[in-house]
Design a protein around this ligand. Structure first.
Ligand code: URA
Ligand code: SF4
Length: 225
């Protein structure tokens, strides 16, 4: 975990940790260098009491321009998959492990997505932790390795651990009464990009993992009453 002296989002966190206050503070975050080239901070969105939180990697090109998470092609696939899994997208809180778009520019001026580094993921994690503490979801779905490793540790592998209902490791300190369960799966853009004859199966498995998260939420809910 970052110390107070280390760079990172920690020192930008407001005392008031409501979602609107967090969103406002995150808009001025300079906890790593990614704010320099991106258009804006893309903070999470959704009901403040959403039972399910979805965590992606970082905003994409469209998200960076529009300022909202999951509004591009990956978001459209995600919405369809949630629906197929019996989850109302409107009842989910959607965010990313890293809140600024990282990219390179090709001669064509097209902006090419770049994966955030571990340092950037760690720098940005205070926002994610604050979102989890504010929303207090029953279940967190990590979409892809970046999100999964942000919360489950760098040893976690999506290929072997996907679809399993896991406890959040104790190292992730959270000021909540009931810690959320975690389910990891692939990133929706991996499904979008899959042009192989496995595509249908890739999508089907993605939906199955989302369904596992949904029923984990039900179990948590029953335990709470
Ligand atoms: N991919 C992500 O990880 N997050 C978004 O918000 C959009 C695409
Ligand atoms: Fe801050 Fe995260 Fe943006 Fe880096 S990526 S500047 S830590 S909000």
């Amino acid at each position: 975990m970052a110390t107070t002296k280390a760079p990172g989002a920690g020192r930008y966190l407001p005392e008031n940790r409501t979602l609107p206050a967090l969103r406002h503070a995150a808009s001025g975050c300079r906890g790593c260098t990614l704010y320099e080239n991106a258009t804006q901070t893309v903070f999470g969105e959704g009901p403040r009491d959403a039972p399910l939180m979805l965590v992606g990697e970082e905003p994409g090109d469209q998200e960076d321009r529009q300022g909202h998470p999951f509004v591009g092609p990956a978001g459209r696939l995600l919405a369809r998959a949630l629906d197929a899994a019996g989850i109302d997208p409107e009842r989910t809180y959607q965010t990313n492990a890293v809140k600024h778009f990282k990219f390179t520019r090709k001669e064509t001026k097209r902006r090419i997505h770049q994966k955030p580094s571990r340092t950037e993921v760690v720098a940005c994690r205070p926002w994610l932790i604050a979102e989890i503490e504010a929303v207090r979801p029953q279940v967190i779905v990590c979409l892809g390795a970046t999100a999964a490793q942000a919360l489950l540790g760098t040893a976690f592998r999506v290929s072997t651990g996907r679809g399993e209902v896991l406890d959040l490791p104790a190292e992730v300190e959270l000021r909540v009464r009931q810690r959320p369960m975690v389910v990891a799966t692939v990133h929706p853009s991996a499904v979008v990009r899959d042009r192989s004859d496995q595509r249908e199966e890739t999508y089907r498995q993605f939906v199955a993992d989302l369904r596992a998260a949904r029923s984990a939420g039900r179990r948590v809910a029953r335990r709470a009453v």
